[in-house]
Design a protein around this ligand. Structure first.
Ligand SMILES: [Zn+2]
Length: 57
């Protein structure tokens, strides 16, 4: 499969798979955590969610 972020074949690296359900098929896959983190940043997935955790508390 191709990396969701960069389009490379994930099998050539240390793949990370994401699924929206515990037993579901992977919805997204990435070469490694670097591509996953880059995708999260690019898609702004870490902000605007229901998670209100704050490092200040
Ligand atoms: Zn990648």
């Amino acid at each position: 499969m191709d990396c969701t972020y960069c389009g490379c074949a994930v099998e050539a690296h240390d793949p990370v798979y994401l699924s929206t359900t515990p037993d579901g098929d992977p919805a997204s896959q990435f070469c490694n955590y670097g591509c996953l983190a880059a995708h999260v940043d690019a898609a702004d997935l870490a902000t605007g969610t229901a998670c209100n955790w704050s490092p200040a508390e």
